[in-house]
Design a binder for this molecule. Structure first.
Ligand code: PNS
Length: 162
């Protein structure tokens, strides 16, 4: 019998981490030996939080899980996965609208590295309409954020926008 260590990478922008991301990390943590939450550096988008700020928030809200690590990556995701010895890319799909983009990325990543599998998980239903983009917008417009993001993230958002 072979002993397999399953390492999954959960990549994204996380600007900022939401309760939907956390729900997915919690589900992933139960399935894989190690989940590496990987924040993309040098994305084209203009972020609200810097990469170190996003990493710090992610570390704070995932510290309760020993099988979860937070890291930063640059360049192709498949190269990073290879470097970390990961066999799985973990992504969440909320609604049908996510599917096309996710399908395109998953198949392109498969073409680039056939040994890497993309695993899709569904977040809990209360999070199926939640996104970092909407969270940023609600924060900017002074709306309530309870239930959408962890308290530390809500505080950071308020401080950033004030
Ligand atoms: O949270 P996001 O913005 O939906 O995450 C997108 C992410 C980071 C998963 C994607 O942009 C990515 O993997 N970028 C790294 C560069 C890369 O490998 N591009 C080819 C993907 S097919």
């Amino acid at each position: 019998m072979t002993m397999k260590t399953s390492i999954a990478i959960y990549p994204g922008t996380f600007d900022p981490v939401t309760n939907g991301h956390l729900d997915l990390i919690e589900r992933g943590e139960k399935m894989f030996d190690l989940v590496i939450v990987a924040v993309l550096k040098n994305a084209e988008k203009q972020p609200l939080f810097t990469v170190p700020e996003r990493v710090e928030m992610l570390r704070e809200v995932t510290s309760r899980w020993s099988g979860v690590e937070v890291d930063v990556f640059d360049g192709l995701l498949v190269d990073y996965a290879r470097k970390r010895g990961a066999g799985v890319i973990l992504r969440g799909i909320r609604a049908v609208s996510d599917y096309e983009y996710e399908l395109q990325m998953a198949l392109m990543n498969r073409k680039l590295e056939p040994r890497l599998e993309t695993v899709f998980m569904l977040p809990g239903q209360p999070y199926s309409y939640l996104s970092s983009k909407l969270v940023r917008e609600i924060a900017q417009l002074g709306g309530p954020l309870q239930g959408l993001v962890p308290t530390v993230v809500e505080e950071r958002l308020r401080a950033k926008i004030a």
